[in-house]
Design a protein around this ligand. Sequence first.
Ligand code: DOR
Length: 409
Amino acid sequence: MDDGSVVAVAPSIDPPAGATVLDASGCLVTPGLVDLHVHLRQPGGEEAETVETGSRGAALGGFTAVVAMPNTTPAQDDVEVIRAVRRWAAEADLCDVHPSAAITVGRAGERLVDFVALHAAGVRIFTDDGNEVADAALMRAAFEACLPLPGAVLGQHAECASLVCDGHLHEGAVSAALGLGGRPAAAEEITVARDLALLRLTGGRLHVLHASCATTAALVRAAKAEGLRVTMEVTPQHLVLTDAACAAGDPTFKVNPPLRPGSDVDALRLALADGTVDAIATDHAPHAPHTKARPFADAPPGMLGLETAVGVALTTVVGGGHASLETVLGALSWRPARIAGMTDQGRPVAPGEPANLCVIDPEARWKVDAAMMASRSRNSPFAGWDLRGRVRHTLRRGEPVVLDGTAQR
Ligand code: DOR
């Protein structure tokens, strides 16, 4: 590696004098991972995470670039907040952080942001994540406003707000047994179907965030076949866990959209395997321990994901025979990089390419210990899991930011 680029790829290389030599024996060397969906909480939520602690978790998880969600306080809805997030990321210097911006001012669903100014400041992904944009006319106007802006894409948190407002988990047998209000899968289906109709109307570009149910996979598959400009992501948790995990009322398993029954998990795995799913995104959503200690109905939704994504995906998705290693790595790297227009990420491991790299030991066995995580929060649904496959090194423009599983700052 030289000047942050790959110089040569060969079975054996004589290192020049003074070069740092990393042990990658038995490892996969892949393009650095790209996460389209993380909550870094700064500004306003520093009790749960900061751009620095989230960047460290990202690097430990093999990610060389992440997209930061805008549900901060204040929201990432103007250029000043975007610049502040970039500044904190540059200070941490562990991972590329691309702040997304809200679609509506304050994520309040009433008035569109200044897309032109935010795009000129480098924003490509716009989303009110945490909330859907409920007003169809406003969403139509947002698609139209983004049409002239190269690379701009609208990310939708697809849960019909009026159907989920009293819900805490998937509406079904488990929510009934707990006596809690549910969030029906139909809420997601309705918003995805509406947005696809708006794409047909406007010619806009849509990215469906954290898809959770079979109907979304079917709708997106058909929309792609029709030629609409739509992409979708799933999280590791929605590929692995079902709503049965909520049966004991543990708020660690509370997330929006909620964990669904096994039939939805199966459909999402099939959609990953056949390419309908473009990206695996973590929806890393840290919450301070005292907030997740509340009763299920009062606890905030969200799960940690950055430091476990590779292990969970390799162990359960690849190891379970649900999708190939190449499909999973593509969904964790080069396909999301393209969605976000990151030209220096997700590139082939080849001479002249930027050395944003992730070195994974596919055989490493480890137990998830939430107490050891870089995150300021501890809400991992995978705590205590035995995983196979772990990130050993992460290189950012040629510099090791994680060496032998240890962050370098
Ligand atoms: O579970 C969730 N938590 N879903 C979201 O969309 C937002 C996120 C958060 O910010 O905690």
